[in-house]
Design a binder for this molecule. Structure first.
Ligand code: ASP
Length: 448
């Protein structure tokens, strides 16, 4: 399929897939609500149309799509980070990159949670008093800060890769890359090999991105056929507030920071983030979206490999502004529902723990709720309160994941600009990276 074969851009196709999936999902739910399942039997076996479509076809294809994205994460992060570090001419740059990105990630997360709690205090979402506090939630154990730090260092890098432990992979790849840079000719030969592997993996990312309209369709159809809209009505204030703060932070805070710290155009950033944001929205996982985020940063935003290969995997693991926003609103909401008064020092404690919690949180669906338990415990709020909001969390998870990865790319652009590693021609070119999106399957067929 050559690029001219598609009438619509990839973004438009993903969007159509998403809209169609939502429509089919909602229709399926409405149909089966009114008239029951269209069950039929073949050779004595009972089949249900709903189950075949939703639990069978949509669920299976959706899982395959997410697995294909995740499949790329470990090799992509490892190889591109090695390429990024082994070609660094100035080793002190690594320290600067680390300090700048970690600093910006922490500051943006703290802003996010402060904004969320201020809004929740101004527009109290949990004071209507008609929610029952008679609910149960079994909290999982959250890791301590020292565990998080010690766990960054792998005792067995192969194991880290098998487990997909991103921070450990980052530490190993950075050390390996530095050693390669110090190893003269052998290092140079190896760098060339890794760069070739990197090119091939990026190609694979593009191929899988081309399948996204279908992947997104099945994910949305499955979700909207199963998610219950009723839970939203009870929690409409909480849901609406988290949603609004996510949008304000995603649009306003990021625009201001990007403009102030780098002078770059926020409109251009948002425009180019569309595909990655749609991926994040459909998968609810910063980690699964990482291949697309990296492709976007390199090809569309012009962020150099040494910056993007370092800041983005790090960001997908430790930077979760959207998650922090949910935690900020949820903490105030739960305090209001249980009529607990929080003091100023409690609020500061929430900002601190939620910011630290996001560092130890993996970029996978729903994990923000687990970390919320840790935040609630710090200020002696009932962890059972999580059960109140769990019903609407999936839909919020989608939106906050899109904010999470937009924050990663925003920071990546600021760091790249400050390091002189941003190709502004690419950043300002609305068409940059678009040609890459279409895979020439015909060419592939002729060659094989
Ligand atoms: N799903 C989010 C992410 O991957 C994390 C969370 O908030 O649960 O970024």
């Amino acid at each position: 399929m050559s690029s001219s074969a598609h009438k619509y851009s990839l973004t438009a196709r993903i969007f159509i897939g998403m809209a169609a999936g939502i429509l089919i999902g909602v229709l399926l739910q409405l149909l089966f609500d009114d008239s029951g399942d269209f069950a039929f039997s073949v050779f004595g076996f009972e089949f249900s149309t709903y189950n075949i479509l939703v639990e069978g076809i949509f669920s299976t294809l959706g899982q395959i799509f997410i697995a294909s994205l995740k499949m790329l994460v470990v090799p992509l992060v490892f190889v591109s980070l090695i390429c990024g570090t082994s070609t660094l001419s100035d080793p002190s740059k690594l320290g600067r990159l680390g300090a700048k990105s970690v600093g910006l990630y922490i500051v943006t997360t703290a802003i996010a949670i402060t904004l969320a709690m201020s809004m929740a205090l101004l527009f109290p979402p949990g004071e209507s008093g008609n929610l029952s506090t008679d609910v149960v939630y079994q909290a999982k154990e959250a890791p301590s800060l020292s565990d998080v730090i010690v766990n960054m260092f792998p005792s067995n890098p192969i194991n880290s890769m098998a487990q997909g432990n991103m921070l450990q992979i980052i530490v190993f790849a950075v050390l390996f890359g530095i050693a390669m840079a110090m190893t003269g000719d052998a290092g140079k030969r190896l760098t060339a090999v890794f760069e070739d592997i990197n090119t091939v993996i990026m190609r694979l990312v593009t191929i899988i991105m081309n399948l996204a309209p279908y992947g997104v369709f099945v994910l949305m159809a499955k979700l909207f056929a199963t998610v219950s809209a009723e839970t939203i009505y009870d929690l409409v204030k909480y849901f609406g507030l988290v949603f609004i703060v996510l949008i304000i932070h995603g649009l306003a805070t990021y625009s201001i920071l990007l403009k102030l710290l780098s002078g770059l155009s926020p409109i251009m950033l948002f425009r180019k983030m569309r595909d990655a944001a749609l991926f994040a929205f459909s998968t609810s996982s910063s980690s699964a979206t990482l291949p697309v985020t990296m492709e976007t940063a390199k090809n569309k935003l012009g962020v150099g490999n040494s910056v993007s290969s370092f800041t983005l995997p790090l960001g997908a693991t430790i930077n979760m502004d959207g998650t922090a926003i949910m935690q900020g609103v949820a903490t105030v909401f739960i305090a209001q529902v249980y009529a607990v008064d929080l003091s100023m020092s409690d609020y500061l404690m929430v900002i601190l723990t939620a910011t630290l919690a996001s560092i130890g949180t993996a970029g996978v669906p729903g994990v923000g709720l687990i970390m919320l338990a840790m935040v609630l415990q710090q200020v002696n709020l009932p962890v059972e309160g999580i059960a109140l909001i769990i019903g609407v969390d999936r839909l919020l998870d989608m939106t906050r994941t899109a904010v999470n990865i937009t924050g990663d790319c925003m920071v990546s652009c600021i760091v790249a600009k400050s390091e002189g590693d941003l190709d502004e021609k690419v950043f300002n070119d609305p068409k940059a990276g678009l040609k890459e999106e279409d895979v020439d399957f015909e060419h592939f067929e002729k060659n094989t």
